[in-house]
Design a protein around this ligand. Structure first.
Ligand code: ZN
Length: 390
């Protein structure tokens, strides 16, 4: 049943060519996590040449074929403007992720005080002080000072307004939906105090969101494990968890959740069942693993194009792989191991638009031919993810 999932613990499976849902179903069955089987951003749809309706229809067909009769959701991911809403609403999506990142004033964090005051001219400082300044109260997320409040109000004020607009418009179009606010693609990590401020301002303005995705400290690159200091991340997550517990009305959401095996136990420890995780690229990489094993000639051609396109395709991603560090290949038998190599994974991941543009039909045909291998690979790979969240 396609439905909003509300505060049920949930897991998002992005599927770039509409063939991965059988494997996702095999992995998620019996875990207690509510799945999102259709999850594509506007950017991903543009790169894969699919429409919101196609993405949802393909997921629905697989759901029906597998006899999945529990709740599942469809995520309209990283919606940036009011115009983005309509096609996803019309198609029947249930979960709407709003990304107000373009409206965040990143400079406000370090502007000289005079510049900050100039920018904050429209801000009602007395109201902010009345709402947030409690000098006698130390909280796990920190303590507000007037200067911090001004910086937060300038940095996030327009993003909050934009989110409110998106929420109101969506509420006019649809009765019941999951609403996620994501600031995970901003320049700097979201501090727990900023998280508190954003959540509090949204709630004050009547936005009923079901999940919030902060940007955590460290690097969450696509399709590879966490890069950063886990002890620091653990401590920071404890403070973010105190914020979500304080409000008690929404889940934490982790984006770029593919292959973050070292982070999942921390998520489970701090948030228990109040969480949502998004993955996307890792299902695509599992598809490539099937090709590396069973269609080596096609895989080699794809790898060549990926090497060529990586320098330009990487621009819209946070990735640090280097083409020259991809291990050398002497025989076909060496190919599958590339899917366990950091550099090869990132290079193959961020070039997916280029690869699908050139090899899409061949890739699809190969995956249909090796349907069982793809499903089993996905099941095994996602079991590794989901078991860590229990
Ligand atoms: Zn994201």
């Amino acid at each position: 049943m396609l439905t909003p999932l509300s505060l049920t613990p949930s897991f998002g499976f992005g599927d770039r060519f509409g063939l991965a849902t059988p494997g996702h179903i095999a992995a998620v069955r019996g875990t207690g996590l509510a799945p999102i089987f259709a999850q594509q951003s506007v950017r991903e749809n543009a790169r894969t040449g699919r429409t919101p309706q196609q993405v949802l229809d393909e997921a629905r067909r697989a759901v029906e074929a597998a006899g999945w009769d529990a709740p599942w959701g469809a995520d309209a991911d990283h919606l940036k403007s009011l115009d983005d809403l309509a096609p996803f609403v019309a198609a029947g999506y249930t979960f709407f992720t709003i990304d107000p990142g373009e409206h965040v004033d990143n400079a406000a964090a370090s502007d000289p005080f005079a510049v900050l005051q100039e920018k904050a001219r429209g801000v009602d400082q007395d109201q902010l002080a009345a709402l947030y300044l409690r000098p006698d109260e130390d909280q796990p997320w920190g303590r507000f000072a007037l200067e911090f409040l001004l910086r937060a109000a300038v940095k996030y004020g327009r993003a909050i307004e934009h989110t409110v607009r998106m929420y109101r418009r969506l509420s006019e179009m649809k009765e019941d939906f999951d609403f996620e606010v994501s600031v995970d693609e901003t320049d700097a990590p979201t501090t727990p105090l900023e998280h508190f401020f954003i959540a509090s301002e949204l709630i004050r303005r009547g936005v009923r969101f079901t999940s919030l995705a902060p940007r955590f400290t460290g690097r969450f690159e696509k399709g590879v494990d966490y890069i950063g200091n886990l002890v620091e991340l653990d401590a920071e997550m404890a403070r973010h968890a105190a914020v979500t517990a304080h409000f008690g009305t929404y889940k934490i959401s982790l984006h770029s959740g593919s292959d973050k095996f070292s982070v999942y136990p921390l998520l489970a420890r701090h948030w228990g069942k109040r969480l949502h995780v998004k993955t996307a690229g890792t299902s695509y990489l599992e598809a490539l693993r099937v090709l590396a094993r069973l269609e080596p000639a096609l895989f080699r051609r794809m790898l060549d194009l990926a090497r060529e396109r990586y320098p330009s395709d990487r621009a819209s991603y946070h990735v640090s792989a280097e083409v020259d560090k991809i291990p050398p290949i002497s025989a076909d038998a060496d190919l599958p191991a590339l899917l366990d190599d950091f550099h090869a994974r990132e290079v193959l991941h961020v070039t997916f638009g280029s690869l699908l543009g050139r090899f899409g039909p061949e890739l699809r045909a190969a995956l249909v031919k090796h349907e069982a291998a793809y499903r089993d690979g996905l099941r095994a790979h996602f079991k590794k993810h989901l078991d860590l969240l229990r």
